[in-house]
Ligand binder design. Structure first.
Ligand SMILES: Nc1ncnc2c1ncn2[C@@H]1O[C@H](COP(=O)(O)OP(=O)(O)OP(=O)(O)O)[C@@H](O)[C@H]1O
Ligand SMILES: [Mg+2]
Length: 486
């Protein structure tokens, strides 16, 4: 009966009108007819019917009984009743059979068809409404679940000013930074590019008693000595070619506040001496001036080349290193704190979406999974850029999806994990294999602790001397450490 068209069951009509109705309605719908209540109910069970058109009592067909029962067995089918009915019958038809529409006994087929069409349209609207309502409910449940997940992941994460993290290494580092911020000691922040050194310096300043005073940020990289001197200590008019007026340096300008010196590893030996004098005496002598200015400034320095390495290479003064090193905060690369990837992703996506007015539902879990496989040489900055691009590609009301991952990240495959079952000697003796693993573990820990051997020994459960012996025996040095993967 059903060939994609809506189907109508016609009951209780005399043969001639049934014929005429069937033919007319048959041009638009699939029709069938029946004049027996039992048979009509059976038909409803067996065939898909969208609308019942029943004529009351004309052929002895008890349309009211039929519609009452059809309402119970097939409530979704629209019920239309034709014929002359008493007041009581009408009340019953409305209350019990929930008839959608009444028709007079004699009614032109065109009008019957029009009324059938309207009834079916109405049924379709009801169906769509229920369907959409269900979809909304599902979407609402997904959203609710997702929000709960975010809330619990945010509960697990922490924030130090604008730094977001949940890894243990960052938690203990930020705890130390919070304590350091309450002192006036200089702070040395070390970490690879994009790990958040400047963000950390700002967090420290904002958490310090100097937060109402200025924070001056200066990048010391790629600057001539003269310019760097002039920037930080100031100069007198005519001190050098181009010094057309007096200039107050950053250090005196930040009196009472904080100066953040980025890329401190790049400064020349001459500048290192001047900086050392400032750290020892708190005195500044502008270029071309005899006058000494005292200023109370907390110095935070940052570098992405470990200073101990530069000292070994003869490029950095050891005494300056100790002066700067009131507190040392070593921010680990992102690859060494995979626990932070998820919270950072959620946080950065939400923040960027908000900034461009995009209403995203969140980040799909598969995106995070791929992020976990990447090594992030550019650290959080690289992650931030990847997320910004992906959020920009995401439509309002959607999740940030794995389809928008950049190709190098999308194509990463999870490595099978090395377990005792899969571990092979690869042609080595057992002793050699164990030594190889020991070298890997020591090197990775040294790298994470930025060659702080006391901390490394503590983490590995070794004595300081025990660790030093192993470093010597295996010939582990910074280059080897940098090359160790996996
Ligand atoms: N833990 C973090 N939480 C939130 N955002 C972070 C975090 N770490 C880094 N970022 C973001 O990553 C970007 C790089 O951070 P930042 O500039 O502080 O790094 P850096 O270590 O100073 O880098 P560089 O060595 O290249 O100067 C910034 O946009 C910063 O907001
Ligand atoms: Mg920086």
């Amino acid at each position: 009966m059903n060939n994609g068209m809506s189907s109508i069951l016609i009951c209780g009509y005399l043969p001639a009108p049934t014929q005429e109705l069937s033919e007319y309605l048959g041009m638009h719908y699939s029709t069938c007819s029946c004049n027996d209540v039992g048979q009509a109910l059976k038909l409803l069970d067996e065939e898909p019917v969208d609308l019942i058109l029943a004529q009351h009592q004309q052929t002895g067909f008890d349309a009211l009984t039929f519609l009452n029962r059809a309402r119970i067995s097939h409530p979704e089918v629209v019920r239309v009743l034709a014929g002359s009915l008493s007041r009581e019958e009408m009340t019953e038809a409305i209350n019990k059979a929930a008839v959608y529409q009444f028709l007079p006994e004699v009614w032109p087929v065109e009008l019957v068809e029009l009324m059938v069409r309207r009834s079916l349209e109405n049924r379709e609207l009801g169906y769509r409404y229920r369907h959409l309502n269900r979809e909304f409910k599902i979407a609402e449940d997904v959203l609710k679940k997702y929000n709960e997940q975010i809330e619990s992941s945010i509960e697990d994460s922490h924030q130090f000013d604008k730094l977001v993290y949940c890894s243990r290494s960052m938690a203990s580092l930020c705890n130390m930074a919070k304590k350091a911020s309450k002192t006036n000691l200089p702070i040395l922040i070390q970490g690879p590019t994009g790990t958040g050194k400047e963000l950390m310096a700002r967090a420290i300043h904002h958490n310090s008693d100097r937060s109402r005073q200025p924070l001056m940020v200066h990048n010391c990289g790629g600057m001539s000595d003269e310019l760097l001197h002039s920037e930080l200590f100031g100069h007198k008019k005519g001190a050098f070619t181009g010094a057309v007026s007096d200039r107050l340096g950053l250090l005196p300008a930040a009196d009472g506040g904080t100066v953040f010196l980025d890329e401190i590893g790049d400064v020349s030996p001459t500048f290192q001496v001047s900086l050392l004098r400032f750290l020892q005496e708190g005195e500044v002598k502008p270029l071309g001036s005899d006058k000494i200015i005292h200023c109370d400034v907390r110095v935070i320095a940052a570098t992405n080349q470990p200073l101990t390495q530069l000292i070994q290479e003869g490029k950095f003064r050891e005494d300056l290193y100790y002066r700067l090193n009131g507190f040392q905060l070593n921010i680990p690369p992102l690859s060494e704190r995979p626990d932070d990837i998820e919270v950072l992703t959620e946080y950065l996506a939400k923040r960027y979406a908000h900034s461009i007015g995009r209403k995203i539902l969140g980040v799909a879990p598969d995106v995070i999974k791929q992020f976990q496989l990447h090594n992030w040489p550019g650290n959080v900055r690289e992650l931030e850029n990847e997320i910004k691009r992906m959020v920009a590609m995401t439509d309002n009301g959607s999740f940030v999806s794995p389809e928008d991952l950049s190709e190098p990240i999308r194509s990463l495959k999870a490595k099978p994990t090395e377990t005792v079952e899969t571990l092979t000697l690869d042609g080595m003796t057992l002793k050699e294999k164990i030594e190889q693993m020991e070298i890997k573990i020591i090197s990775k820990t040294l790298q994470r602790c930025r060659w702080n051997q006391s901390q490394t020994a503590r983490e590995l459960g070794l004595s300081r001397v025990g660790l030093s012996n192993k470093i010597k025996r295996y010939g582990i040095h910074a280059d080897v450490v940098a090359g160790v993967q996996g």
